[in-house]
Design a protein around this ligand. Structure first.
Ligand SMILES: [Zn+2]
Length: 79
């Protein structure tokens, strides 16, 4: 009896199974954090304090204290 290799190796799964940390809550939280950052930067565009901060620092993405805190997930979610 001779060994015959399989004609094709088994295909690897297209994506590995999810780690527990990637399931549900974590993904939702990541999506929320992303949305929060986008929302914060959108709000910061029209914020005078942010505009001053951008001028003072020369950093186009600088944020005032309020929006910086919000982008980091502190200081509430309301715009
Ligand atoms: Zn601001």
């Amino acid at each position: 009896m001779t060994y015959r290799p399989p004609r094709q190796p088994p295909k690897p799964p297209t994506r590995p199974p999810l780690e527990p940390s990637e399931r549900g809550d974590q993904r939702l939280l990541a999506a929320l954090a992303q949305a929060r950052a986008e929302d914060t930067y959108a709000a910061a565009k029209t914020c005078e304090a942010c505009a001053r901060e951008r001028q003072a620092t020369g950093d186009a993405e600088a944020l005032c204290e309020t929006h910086l805190a919000r982008a980091l997930g502190m200081g509430g979610w309301a715009p």
